[in-house]
Design a protein around this ligand. Structure first.
Ligand code: SF4
Ligand code: SF4
Length: 215
């Protein structure tokens, strides 16, 4: 948890100082590229705690969250792709209008970061701390490029469907829905590979392949 806390402080500092030093706004494209680069081999591991905003929601917004179910709309892939295209369009228009002044472009990134984080905070309080992460454009891109490479496995014979893993999962994933006849992949490209479900399962039915590689 200390990694998330430190990352949260970094995130808050970037947002506050960004209004004074607009070049800090380039933090947004950096996170986009880093998240997608990691996503090519490790799925949404970036969103676990490497992402300062994800850390901020987990470490600081969780105690303030109503801890309700994340609305199904936020997980709907068409809605997510719509949000992705809308924000990419907003970004492209602003880049064209502000080009080539790096300070004006940085200021736009700081504004975008502040506005989307404020929206995420409201959703965290009303629903769940990771509501924003369910349709975050970077998360959507990683979801699309990492499908079929999921690393969570469920031992169908061991699972007793107690649903404790669902309560432990920050993305409200239900690994027990993927039970089959033996060891089955949990085909959820939004899995953060955090290992919370693995640690919580009382029958040791879950395993995360390659976890050590990424933590
Ligand atoms: S916690 Fe373990 S036993 Fe319980 S539903 Fe999840 S995978 Fe199955
Ligand atoms: S590893 Fe388990 S707890 Fe973590 S996001 Fe994936 S399914 Fe959820």
């Amino acid at each position: 948890m200390y990694k998330r806390f430190l990352n949260s402080l970094l995130f808050i500092a970037i947002i506050i100082l960004g209004w004074q030093y607009p070049l800090l706004g380039y933090f947004i494209p950096f996170c986009m590229l880093a998240g997608i680069a990691i996503g090519l081999s490790a799925g949404r591991k970036w969103c676990d705690w490497y992402c300062p905003r994800g850390s901020f929601y987990d470490a600081l917004m969780r105690p303030l969250s109503a801890q309700r179910g994340i609305p199904g709309l936020f997980k709907n892939i068409y809605f997510r792709i719509g949000v992705l295209f809308f924000l990419m369009l907003v970004m492209a228009i602003n880049l064209i209008l502000r080009w080539p002044n790096p300070y004006h472009i940085g200021k736009f990134f700081v504004s975008l970061l502040t506005l989307t984080t404020a929206a995420g905070i409201i959703l965290a309080i009303i629903f769940h701390q990771r509501s924003w992460c369910s349709f975050c454009p970077i998360g959507t891109v990683i979801n699309l490029i990492s499908r079929g490479k999921e690393s969570l496995r469920i031992n169908s014979e061991r699972c007793v469907e107690c649903k404790i893993c669902f309560k432990a999962c920050p993305m409200q994933i239900k690994p027990y829905l993927f039970k089959g006849k033996g060891m089955e992949p949990v085909k959820e490209a939004d899995c953060l590979r955090c290992g919370s479900c693995v640690a919580s399962c009382p029958t040791k039915a879950l395993t995360l392949e390659g976890k050590q590689k990424y933590t």
